[in-house]
Design a protein around this ligand. Structure first.
Ligand SMILES: Nc1ncnc2c1ncn2[C@@H]1O[C@H](COP(=O)(O)OP(=O)(O)OP(=O)(O)O)[C@@H](O)[C@H]1O
Ligand SMILES: [Mg+2]
Length: 349
């Protein structure tokens, strides 16, 4: 019998990296589906965690894996495909739902607060809005940012069937908890209540036809994020990080959460990397470490871009006009357009 001792587990992992999950442009290793690889006398034992009931997908995947490994000279392959253990909140067997008439939903997430998710979300949305029908949904119930970012606090209208109509400004559809009068809300919301509110909220908005809906998530990997990633059919997620080690550690948790529910992390954006001097246009690095570059390598997802630390970017948050629309010719605007284009490519792939 043919032996395959010359191959290492790393070689096998590299072969698996060349196999995309059916219907996706991402491979099964970067999805986090490959749980173990071990060598045996005559071949290899593989364990994969795959969260699907679709027999056709499983068959297709299994035959691709067998074909690729046997053509690399592995004689016997013991393939063990299991479903990942259900997370506590997954036990109600929720099926992710698409939002009617919305083609792509992209969540902007981070493990840690204050890394620039809202800033990145509004500017990516503004960049997308130049070419696509775009909406942005601010899901931070405790500290909504959108009203300030777009300088608008109008109450949304209701349709006759009690759906919220997004505000329209800067050629974007906008919705935030901050547009709804929350005066009677209790000061401290409990996790499950916030989850329910959030879910209700995104089901009750009449978006109309959209190419892209950007979700500005609250920071962290708690109830709200879990509710969202389980219940909404997301095209993918983008993780925002700063180069500091703490932000990086936290971002890993978020990325792992998306992996559990088979939502691809489309890429990482490193924010506040360099300081761009507004006078001489020289850049200098503020924080030590390799930041997003390192994280992107670990997750095996693209680093979508770097956003410099910029006083104008911070000021534009207070001024109510997205930076990308206010400083159309700046390098940071060019970077946001590059990131938006990259996201479009990934979403359409
Ligand atoms: N590249 C940047 N340059 C300068 N200031 C920035 C940059 N990115 C974000 N900021 C500022 O940092 C602060 C936090 O940003 P932002 O509100 O976007 O973070 P967040 O991750 O959404 O926070 P939260 O976790 O509270 O939702 C804001 O005052 C914002 O204007
Ligand atoms: Mg925010």
């Amino acid at each position: 019998m043919q032996k395959s001792k010359q191959l290492t587990t790393e070689d096998i992992q590299n072969i698996l990296k060349g196999i995309n999950y059916p219907g996706f442009s991402r491979d099964i290793v970067s999805f986090g589906m490959v749980k173990s690889i071990s060598l045996t006398e005559t071949g290899a034992d593989l364990t994969l965690h795959i969260n699907t009931e679709n027999a056709e997908t499983l068959n297709q995947l299994e035959s691709t894996i067998r074909e690729k490994l046997s053509s690399a000279g592995i004689a016997s392959i013991n393939l063990n495909i299991t479903k990942p253990a259900a997370q506590p909140a997954q036990q109600q067997a929720v099926q992710p739902k698409p939002i009617p008439q919305v083609k792509h939903v992209i969540a902007i997430a981070s493990g840690k607060g204050g890394v620039g998710k809202s800033t990145v979300s509004i500017n990516i949305a503004a960049a997308l809005s130049k070419k696509y029908k775009t909406g942005i949904l601010d899901l931070d119930i405790y500290g909504p940012s959108l009203p300030m970012l777009v300088g608008d606090t109008r109450q949304p209208d209701m349709t006759s069937d009690k759906k919220l109509v997004p505000l329209e400004k800067f050629n974007m559809q906008l919705m935030s908890f901050g547009f709804i009068n929350n005066e009677n809300a209790p000061a401290v919301w409990r996790g499950p209540m916030v989850s329910r509110m959030t879910q209700q909220f995104f089901e009750d908005v009449e978006w109309g036809e959209l190419d892209y809906l950007i979700l500005d998530l609250p920071p962290g990997t708690g109830d709200i994020q879990l509710t969202l990633v389980q219940k909404l059919a997301l095209t993918g997620a983008v993780m925002v990080t700063t180069p500091q080690e703490l932000a990086l550690l936290d971002v890993k948790k978020g990325a792992d959460m998306f992996a559990k529910v088979n939502t691809p992390v489309l890429g990482v954006i490193e924010n506040m990397t360099h300081y761009l001097c507004p006078h001489c246009h020289e850049t200098s690095r503020i924080f030590p470490g390799s930041g997003g570059a390192e994280e992107s390598k670990r997750l095996e997802v693209p680093l979508l871009g770097h956003v410099y630390l910029s006083p104008e970017l911070a000021q534009s948050a207070d001024s109510g006009t997205p930076y990308v629309l206010k400083y159309e010719e700046s390098p940071i605007t060019a970077e946001f357009h590059k990131i938006a284009e990259e996201l479009v490519n990934l979403a359409e792939a």
